[in-house]
Ligand binder design. Structure first.
Ligand code: PLP
Length: 387
């Protein structure tokens, strides 16, 4: 087979938006109610039913959700929160926003998820909570993490930004701790432009999150201009501006309705990559652990750098030259300027996360991809690696 470079650039992480979303947004614009309102409430109800928790609170982003969930849980100054360094900056930034200290624990080789044994080593008298991040959509070792949390009286807040569809031993990811936070950012499995959701079974948490997300106004203040007639509110806390709007929810309603169908499509692309890349000098993502469901958010093999004679960044530049977009998830936070300088981390403080930071590359994985798109990715990768 002679190699042919792809003609149009394949955008990494492009979302699949259909006519139903477009029509719903237009209808919302014409309704005159653009802010938090009935569509946000409907989206919350739909999400709450999908995850199976008692409450779901729509917010402006997963970052905002993590931040206010920690404030609602009483986490603040003097507290420590343990999380993985191999995550997006938002996870640790939100801990700092809440006034607490992030404490990193290294990840397991293979799954690249938080290593329970490393978490246990980092617990101090100030530790208040653990934030597992279900990296790429793969559920963390929740049995071990929940057991450690219970023994040390720690709260568990899940960063489920990658893991809307994920399950662990028959339970939904995001619903396993005190609260779980989801992201609807443009590259995520459900997209509202910007947006997020916090789920919890705890009515007090739900009430506080609702209030904190809208200036600290007493509950249901968003109804103040509705057809119920004008309602007065009280400011019960100096809250935040982290509410979702009905424009965002308009997208979410239809995106969530197709969440399982889109997962199926990503599973097909995943299987296609797996079959076609197995003989190359890269470690492919391991299969999901028994009795778990992987949400297939990111397909991120680890390059065998010593075998391919180039760095990960050189590999990405070559992919770009073949008109294939790719991503890095992630460069470990302990290697990032702020965290490195503030906390004095050395690269080898978290050796597994450090190595993954240099070797990981995410190939396009969106329900929007056709078989031909996936085959273009495969051909380009094989071409670059000389196969
Ligand atoms: C995307 C992401 C977030 C932040 O989500 P936003 O909705 O963009 O705030 C948090 N954690 C992880 C692991 C992410 O990938």
């Amino acid at each position: 087979m002679s190699y042919q470079r792809r003609k149009e650039f394949l955008v990494f992480g492009a979302p699949k938006i259909e006519q139903a979303e477009i029509d719903e947004v237009v209808a919302t614009l014409k309704s005159g109610w653009l802010g938090t309102g009935p569509k946000t409430a409907r989206f919350e109800g739909m999400f709450q039913e999908y995850i199976g928790t008692k409450h779901a609170l729509a917010v402006s982003s997963c970052t905002a959700g993590l931040h206010i969930a920690m404030i609602a849980a009483g986490i603040g100054s003097g507290d420590e929160v343990i999380t993985t360094p191999l995550t997006f900056a938002a996870t640790a930034n939100a801990i700092l926003h809440a006034g607490a200290q992030p404490v990193f624990a290294d990840v397991e080789p293979g799954t690249l998820n938080l290593d329970p044994a490393q978490v246990e080593r980092r617990i101090s008298p100030r530790t208040k909570a653990v934030i597992p991040v279900h990296l790429y959509g793969r559920p963390c070792a929740m049995s071990a993490l929940l057991e450690i949390a219970e023994r040390h009286k720690l709260m568990v807040l899940e960063d489920a930004a990658h893991a809307i569809e994920a399950q662990y031993h028959g339970r939904k990811i995001g619903a396993m701790g005190l609260a779980g936070c989801f992201s609807f950012y443009v590259t995520k499995n459900v997209v509202t432009g910007e947006g997020g959701m916090v789920v919890t079974d705890d009515p007090e948490m739900a009430n506080r999150i609702k209030i904190l997300s809208l200036h600290g106004l007493s509950a249901d203040a968003w109804k103040r201009y509705s057809d119920f007639g004008y309602r007065h509110y009280e400011v019960v806390f100096p809250g935040f501006k982290s509410n979702m709007t009905d424009i965002q929810a308009s997208l979410g309603l239809h995106q969530l309705a197709r969440v399982e169908k889109n997962l199926q499509r990503r599973e097909e692309i995943w299987a296609r990559y797996e079959a076609a890349l197995a003989d190359l000098p890269m470690d492919l993502p391991p299969p999901p652990e028994p009795d778990t469901r992987h949400a297939r958010h990111l397909y991120a093999p680890l390059l065998k750098l010593d075998r391919i004679g180039m760095t990960r960044d050189e590999f990405m530049h070559k992919l770009q030259a073949e008109n294939i977009g790719s991503g890095v998830h992630f460069v470990s936070l302990h290697l990032q300027k702020y965290y490195r300088e503030t906390f004095g981390y050395q690269p080898q403080d978290f050796p597994v996360a450090c190595e993954a930071s240099q070797r990981t590359v995410s190939l396009p994985l969106s329900a929007r991809l056709s078989d031909e798109d996936a085959d273009d990715v495969i051909r380009a990768v094989r071409h670059i690696l000389g196969a």
